[in-house]
Write a protein that binds this ligand. Structure first.
Ligand SMILES: *Cc1c(COP(=O)(O)O)cnc(C)c1O
Length: 419
């Protein structure tokens, strides 16, 4: 690894040790990879994907065979009735917002069971009284319980579920300290809320979760899943976009919310995105496996360097995120600089903390990525506040990402924060 770089020998030695401790974990990851690669390839074959699906439409996009075939491919991969895969979703937040506005009507209740949702959704729901076009502005009610919290009560959940129309579950840890929700555990909760109310709609924020396990939430009772194409299922190749997948009648509601009532899925030109979306999901299982290996390695490596980390190296996880507690502002800055300077794009740039809209402290982001903000690529970010956690994710290539981790350690060493 030092043929082209000049890392401190102790750092390189430690990383190699950590790597050799992870062979069993890597075998588990490869087994999931093999399963998911077969699942994806079988869907390509069954859906007779061909060169003709790479051609593209403009304007209204009527009869776009590639776009429609991608929806059907996703439905097979995600084991569900229908899908809406579109580059027109500007982000994961947009896809989730589209789904929520598609499903909920005035006086309906949305119930989150994994506590407060991901930051960008707070204003979509209107949790902090944001009015301008939020669900709250349309008199949609919101309630939450947190199955991870110590004082969580099953009786309270049962009671609240009876009154809710949509139950919201976030699979990934997002920017919180909790673990991701594994498919096995998620199934227990879905069964539980459905026992309270049979026709409740279960919507899963699947961001960062696709292909981390063999099954997806739609295989274990979720009615809809939503995600971003610049995360796992885009495989680092899709330029932009998102997807919603699940029950056919619900997808129709979501498609009317994305385009216009009655236009639904029939419109929306694909420009030149069909091939990239297809190539992206073809690669996705292998890219996700790289990202989970990076997560496992980072978790063990930075733990050995003296920092507390999330337990990706030991335990099954259901997302690709590693949390590293760098203990100080200097630690967070050095770590993010190291990741940025070890990236393929914009390696010469130095990330600085800035006031991002919607956050209560400054945020620093390292993302030397081919696609702007694509966190399936090696990237790290964290708020500049106690306890000084950084969230690391991605890595299109395991071997290149290792260099990124070594560089982060080298920058910590330069600041005398390790050894
Ligand atoms: C990324 C993410 C989202 C959506 O975020 P965007 O940046 O809008 O794509 C939502 N929920 C979780 C858990 C996420 O990780």
């Amino acid at each position: 690894m030092n043929n082209f770089f000049d890392f401190d020998c102790r750092i390189v030695k430690l990383l190699k040790e950590c790597e050799s401790n992870l062979f069993n974990r890597f075998d588990e990851i490869d087994e999931v990879l093999e399963y998911n690669s077969s699942k994806v390839l079988k869907a390509f074959i069954d859906n007779k994907i061909s060169l003709s699906h790479f051609t593209y439409s403009t304007g209204y996009g009527y009869d776009d065979v590639g776009r429609d075939r991608i929806d059907s491919l996703y439905s097979q991969i995600f084991d569900c009735e229908d899908s809406l895969v579109r580059h027109n979703f500007v982000s994961g937040t947009h896809a989730i917002s589209t789904a929520l506005f598609g499903l909920l009507r005035p006086n309906d209740t949305l119930l989150s069971i994994t506590g407060s949702p991901y930051d960008t959704l707070l204003d979509v729901i209107g949790i902090n009284n944001f009015q301008s076009g939020s669900l709250k502005d349309f008199d949609v009610l919101y309630d939450e319980v947190n199955i991870f919290s110590k004082n969580f009560s099953k009786d309270v959940l049962l009671d609240k579920a009876k009154r809710a129309k949509v139950v919201y579950i976030q699979r990934s840890r997002g920017y919180s300290n909790r673990d991701s929700l594994t498919i096995d555990t998620m199934k227990e909760w879905i069964d539980f809320v459905k026992s309270a109310k049979k026709d409740i709609i279960v919507l899963v924020d699947n961001c960062y979760g696709e292909f981390v396990e063999k099954l997806e939430p739609t295989s274990i009772g979720a009615d809809l899943i939503v995600g971003s194409l610049i995360k796992n299922p885009g495989g680092g190749i899709a330029d932009t976009g998102g997807y919603i997948a699940g029950k056919k009648d619900l997808i129709e509601l979501c498609s009317n919310s994305l385009t216009a009532p009655s236009l639904g899925k029939e419109v929306g030109c694909s420009l030149d995105q069909n091939k990239k979306i297809l190539l992206g999901i073809y690669f996705a299982p292998s890219v996700v496996a790289s990202a989970i290996k990076v997560a496992a390695l980072a978790s063990l490596f930075f733990e050995r360097l003296g920092f507390e980390t999330s337990t990706n190296s030991k335990k099954n996880t259901s997302d690709i995120i590693t949390v590293i507690n760098l203990k100080s502002k200097e630690g967070v800055l050095a770590f993010c600089k190291g990741i940025q300077h070890g990236s393929p794009v914009d390696s010469f740039a130095t990330p600085l903390p800035w006031d991002m809209p919607g956050y209560d402290s400054q945020i620093i982001m390292a993302a030397g990525t081919f696609t702007q903000g694509a966190s399936i690529e090696l990237s790290a970010d964290g708020p500049i506040k106690e306890p000084y956690n950084v969230f690391l994710q991605g890595g299109l290539s395991y071997h290149s990402s290792k260099i990124g981790l070594l560089n982060a350690a080298q920058f910590l060493l330069k600041e005398n924060l390790i050894f």
